[in-house]
Design a protein around this ligand. Structure first.
Ligand SMILES: Cc1ncc(COP(=O)(O)O)c(C=O)c1O
Length: 418
């Protein structure tokens, strides 16, 4: 098996050679959206050149579109470990979740309960609050332990009852990187007779996902967070999906896929999953002739190993800086429970000022609450938010070194040595 070759990987991403003031731009903004490999760009452009049409027509480009739509579903199924027919594709995770929550909401009765978490992105919180409000259901909140930004299973047990209909939780936190124990959560939720809706948007670029192994009823993700176009996708357990009322127009047979879809995005989505599969064949030890699912799993394991080593390098660099604190899980023994996403604070510097200073130096990071608004409020950073450094598998130690040098300058300017 070939060693993980980050230079070869980077060569596949045209945007990684963008420069600012003569130096390559460093993209640590992955949790907000990743760059895409040339193969994804080619697939999107190729769709326009060779397959552009609406579906179900009796002519060449429409038939090609039909095949591309089918392959996008199959590919996203391979990413999540489910059948392509159980995948719904839509504009983004938020819109899909509002759409499905409206249907689930229509099955709620007054007094039913839904559980949302205080760790999550609001896209897996507010749709459920709205569905509960519209149907006189009650919302319970699973409060995170703010000391390490984790969700505690006993706290969930205390919220579940025979009135619980649905629990919404993230696979991983896009703000602080905590990975949640989805299988254990699913077991508890199912024992209570409820459904589990998992937001895997932040997990998908970093972890090998298996919706069936963790027994989730719904798993939502966003293709633009894992090297593809701006699209969202949701797996829904077929028995549940078939039982739900669908808000759709009469002639449509596409379930929750309302209206004309983003077919060029579908072409890019399949290419993004194929890219991950290629990583698995090149660096994950998967035989080239093995299934796309097997290659994707191997690819995600290779990515995870590389990213965790890079994250440890980043965390060690940040630990050397005066006045810089990483939120969430920081103990060495806890590295397996986090993604390579560091939310930090810097004494005496607002996250926005730090992000601007880094941006001037060609380093892209996000500041704010990243729509994990409830968590950032609970942590006491509602006003200024935090600074988020999001690593992906195309980042390098040299880029981390550049960041640490700049952060050292930024923090030294704010806190002069005594
Ligand atoms: C964890 C998480 N969930 C949900 C979303 C929303 O995804 P989308 O932009 O596809 O609606 C995001 C986007 O940042 C996210 O990070």
């Amino acid at each position: 098996m070939q060693a993980f070759d980050v230079d070869a990987i980077r060569a596949r991403f045209p945007a990684l050679s963008l420069s600012q003031d003569g130096r390559p731009i460093v993209f640590f903004d992955g949790p907000g959206g990743t760059q895409v490999p040339q193969s994804v760009i080619d697939a999107v452009a190729g769709y326009y050149r060779e397959a552009n049409a609406n579906r179900s027509g009796a002519f060449l480009t429409s038939r090609r579109t039909e095949a591309i739509v089918g392959d996008a579903h199959a590919a996203l199924g391979d990413l999540l470990g489910v059948a392509g027919t159980d995948i719904t594709i839509g504009p983004n995770m938020t819109t899909l979740t509002f759409h499905i929550s409206r249907s689930i909401g229509a099955t709620l009765r007054p007094g039913d309960e839904v559980v949302v978490s205080g760790l999550d992105h609001q896209a897996n919180v507010d749709p459920w609050i709205a569905a509960a409000r519209d149907n006189e259901a009650i919302v319970r909140t699973w409060e995170p332990d703010l000391a390490d930004c984790t969700l505690n299973l006993e706290a969930l047990d205390a919220l579940l009852s025979d009135r619980t209909r649905l629990v919404a939780v993230g696979w991983a936190s896009n703000a602080v990187g905590t990975i949640n124990p989805i299988r254990e959560i699913a077991d508890r939720v199912h024992r209570a007779g409820a459904w589990l809706y998992v937001d895997a948007v932040h997990a998908a670029p970093h972890l090998a996902l298996d919706a069936l192994a963790v027994d989730a009823d719904f798993v939502a993700c966003s293709v633009y967070k894992f090297f593809g176009p701006h699209l969202g996708a949701v797996y829904g357990r077929p028995e549940i999906m078939k039982s739900l009322p669908v808000y759709k127009v009469r002639p449509s047979h596409d379930g929750f896929e309302t209206g004309t879809a983003n077919h060029e995005g579908d072409a890019g989505a399949a290419a993004a999953v194929e890219y991950l599969a290629e990583i698995g064949a090149s660096y994950g030890g998967a035989p080239v002739e093995s299934s796309r699912r097997e290659r994707v799993l191997a690819g995600m394991h290779a990515i995870r190993t590389y990213e965790l080593a890079l994250y440890r390098y980043l965390a060690a660099g940040l630990a050397r800086l005066e006045g810089v604190r990483i939120l969430g899980l920081t103990a060495d023994a806890d590295m397996d429970r986090r993604t390579p996403t560091a939310a930090i604070t810097i004494d005496g510097v607002t996250p926005h000022a730090a992000a601007e200073a880094l941006g001037r130096e060609g380093i892209a990071v996000w500041d704010g609450d990243f729509y994990a608004t409830g968590l950032i409020e609970r942590l006491g950073f509602a006003r200024d938010g935090v600074l988020r450094i999001g690593l992906t598998h195309y980042n390098t130690r040299a880029e981390v070194d550049r960041l640490i040098d700049e952060l050292a300058r930024i923090s030294a300017a704010a806190v002069p040595a005594a």
